[in-house]
Design a protein around this ligand. Structure first.
Ligand code: CP
Ligand code: NVA
Length: 310
């Protein structure tokens, strides 16, 4: 099997230069067109993608699987509890063994250090399919959705994040820093993004990345509003406390009215209607959540091609 001496891992958005991000998004938009015109494209014949998941997933799992299958490759889903990892086999051994069978590995886990360690020992590209700290593929496909629906240069847009300063927020912060669009984050006190991630991104960004506690201020004049769950996977015990604290952060018609008239609403899903987003907004004309979910598949194709250097 041909293996790259230094595989192209994708663990955080900061791993990519701005031109690589734009390349991947433009490539995904091309691959989407090609898919819609029923033109087969199978550069992955004979290749195998592994998906090592320690948390549940609908979209990331199935969109990566569909992407790889449509590209002519094969997939194997590896639930961590079925692997010897669950009986204490070290990550470094798992990575070296899986590298002998697979051409690429997507990992969904808790600590970012798990994907870092797998990548350190893997001879094939490792792609972060969500950790507690980041969700880089998600945010690349979200930016793709913004670019697909807005005629302006993304640098002319104001993007708002309302809710928890979580993994998806961290990847948006890194995306804003790389591409130079305005990002306004409204998070409750005590639920802000990681300071180091925010400070590093702010120091390198050409446009302001601002943190506030007032959702109305974040959404004022925004072109894009982002929602995500109030309690992420692994925080289930905190869900009821968070429901109280986050109540003023719901994206509903009243909040949406503060944004631009043609603002789009994104939610990476799964959504909790009546919590972080109202039913009316989720199902309403500003919501692009289904296109956003679809775009994960097209973006993942571009990431797979890039990572495997096809
Ligand atoms: N948005 C997203 O990552 O969804 P899943 O948890 O279903 O993969
Ligand atoms: N922040 C959410 C994203 C789910 C796709 C979580 O980590 O559960």
């Amino acid at each position: 099997m041909n293996k790259s001496p230094s595989p192209r891992h994708f663990l955080t958005i900061s791993d990519l230069a701005s031109d690589e991000i734009l390349f991947l998004i433009n490539r995904a938009l091309k691959l989407k067109k090609r898919y819609k015109s029923d033109l087969p494209y199978r550069p992955c014949i004979g290749k195998v993608l592994g998906l090592l998941f320690e948390k549940p997933s609908t979209r990331t799992r199935v969109s990566f699987e569909a992407a790889m299958l449509q590209l002519g490759g094969n997939v194997t889903f590896l639930s961590s509890r079925d692997l010897q990892l669950s009986r204490g086999e070290p990550l470094k051994d798992t990575a070296r063994v899986l590298s002998r069978y697979l051409n690429c590995l997507v990992v969904r886990t808790f600590g970012q250090e798990v994907v870092d360690e797998l990548a350190r020992w893997s001879d094939v590209p490792v792609i972060n399919g969500l950790t507690d700290q980041y969700h880089p593929c998600q945010v690349l496909s979200d930016i793709m959705t913004v670019m697909e629906h807005k005629d302006e240069d993304i640098r002319a847009l104001k993007i708002a994040w309302v809710g928890d300063g979580n993994n998806v927020a961290h990847s948006w912060i890194q995306g804003a820093s790389r591409l130079g669009f305005v990002l306004a984050l409204a998070c409750p006190e005590g639920y802000e993004p990681n300071k180091e991630i925010l400070n590093t991104a702010q120091a390198k960004s050409a446009a302001p990345i601002t943190l506030m506690t007032d959702p109305k201020e974040a959404v004022k004049g925004a072109d894009v509003i982002n929602a995500d769950v109030w309690a992420s996977m692994g925080q289930e015990q905190e869900a009821s406390k968070r429901r109280e604290i986050f109540a003023p952060f719901q994206i509903n018609e009243a909040l949406l009215a503060k944004a631009k008239k043609d603002a789009i609403v994104l939610h990476c899903l799964p959504a909790h209607r009546g919590e972080e987003i109202s039913e009316e907004v989720l199902e309403g004309p500003h919501s692009l959540v289904w296109d956003q979910a679809e775009n994960k598949m097209h973006l993942h194709k571009a990431v797979l091609e890039w990572a495997m250097e096809l």
